[in-house]
Design a binder for this molecule. Structure first.
Ligand code: KG4
Ligand code: ZN
Length: 345
């Protein structure tokens, strides 16, 4: 079954065609560089650019796949959560095509898409259930118990910042630009991982919630102290300082995740797989920490096969739609979008 999906929850216009939930036939992403001048995503600009970009992205995707739209079995689209204006662009495009070509349309929860990103370019049986899933990106940091492809339960989530957001804010405080994840990770490789003792939050021994505000505040204080030692406040931060802060930060985030996974495994001893998904799962150091943890516990470790499937993409939405379609779930025509969809996720 070939599903063509749109993902426009933030500032990328992504279109993909995936066969049977895992075989990626074509995947196109048009990024919106226009926001960098504003220091953040501007909703109106994002919506305008999605509206301008989706027809070209769709055409490119069909050309790459050597398919016509009539050969597509179903359409899928991210319903939420995300930026309302951006979501509306994608759902409007998908609804229009669904009516024009009389093709079923499957709305998908963005986070469920991230869960299914581990199936892309893998065998559908590669996840041994039950699985634990850590979904970590710029907008979310959640832990799920995943019992079958369409059966999941949230075990915990962040009480404040998402981990990706903490990477982005750390980069900003150190003057390293946006997005913070990749650049902080590069500097971390050059730094001393034990230089600064950053706080690992204690939210109660059974809690599977997360918090990154304490780490962020500690970094703010380190940067302020370092700046006060410089001759003028326009002097650049020392490269060693930047590398050591990045290394200590990345190490602390990794510790936080491993600590939570120990709690999650204790509470869910039948778990057979740990999945690490979302933009932060592109991080080699954190990935290695979770992989070692999985090995020690004798469980399988899965993360998306490509960085492009860790960050937001439409292939994961097509994969999720395949499982919903198999179960006859969430089929229908979208009349509206919800930035906080009331699905059972
Ligand atoms: O999943 P994603 O593309 O978008 C959201 O749904 O938010 O995740 C983007 C986030 C950003 O915060 C970015 O800094 C982070 O993922 N990220 C990373 C890395 N690559 C991207 N964080 C840590 N290490 C990386 N290598
Ligand atoms: Zn995402």
């Amino acid at each position: 079954m070939k599903i063509l999906a749109f993902e426009t929850s933030c500032d990328d216009t992504a279109v993909s065609i995936v066969e049977d939930g895992c075989r990626v036939i074509a995947s196109v992403r048009v990024s919106q560089v226009e926001h960098s001048a504003w220091g953040g995503v501007v909703p109106e600009i994002a919506a305008r650019l999605h509206a301008e970009n989706w027809p070209g992205a769709l055409e490119q995707c069909l050309t790459d796949a050597a398919l016509t739209i009539e050969e597509i079995d179903a359409l899928a689209v991210t319903q939420g959560p995300g930026l309302q204006t951006s979501l509306l662009s994608g759902t409007t495009a998908a609804s229009f095509l669904s009516q024009l070509y009389q093709t079923p349309l499957i709305p998908v929860h963005h986070i469920y898409g991230h869960l299914c990103s581990v199936f892309l370019e893998r065998d559908l049986k590669s996840v041994s259930f039950p699985a634990l899933v850590l979904t970590v990106s710029g907008g979310h940091t959640d832990c799920y118990l995943w019992e079958s492809p369409t059966d999941w339960k949230k075990l915990g989530g962040t009480l404040d910042d998402a981990a990706g957001e903490a990477f982005d804010k750390t980069a900003k405080m150190l003057g390293l630009g946006y997005p913070g994840g990749p650049v902080v990770s590069q500097h971390a490789q050059l730094g001393d991982r034990r230089k600064y003792d950053l706080p690992v939050p204690n939210l109660g021994k059974d809690s599977l919630n997360f918090s990154f505000s304490g780490v962020k505040a500690a970094i703010y204080r380190l940067v302020e102290t370092h700046k006060s030692g410089l001759e003028t406040n326009t002097d650049p931060l020392s490269p060693d300082f930047i590398n050591d802060v990045c290394a200590s930060f990345e190490t602390t985030v990794s510790k936080i995740f491993v600590k939570k996974m120990i709690t999650a495994m204790t509470q869910n001893p039948t778990v057979k797989t740990l999945c690490f998904v979302g933009g932060v799962s592109a991080n080699t150091y954190i990935k290695k920490g979770l992989q070692d943890f999985s090995q020690q516990h004798g469980i399988k470790f899965l993360t998306p096969t490509k960085i492009a499937y860790s960050t937001d993409n439409a292939a994961m939405i097509a994969s999720a739609a395949y499982f919903l379609h198999q179960q006859n779930l969430e089929l229908g025509k979208i009349q509206h979008v919800e930035s906080n969809p009331k699905l059972t996720l």
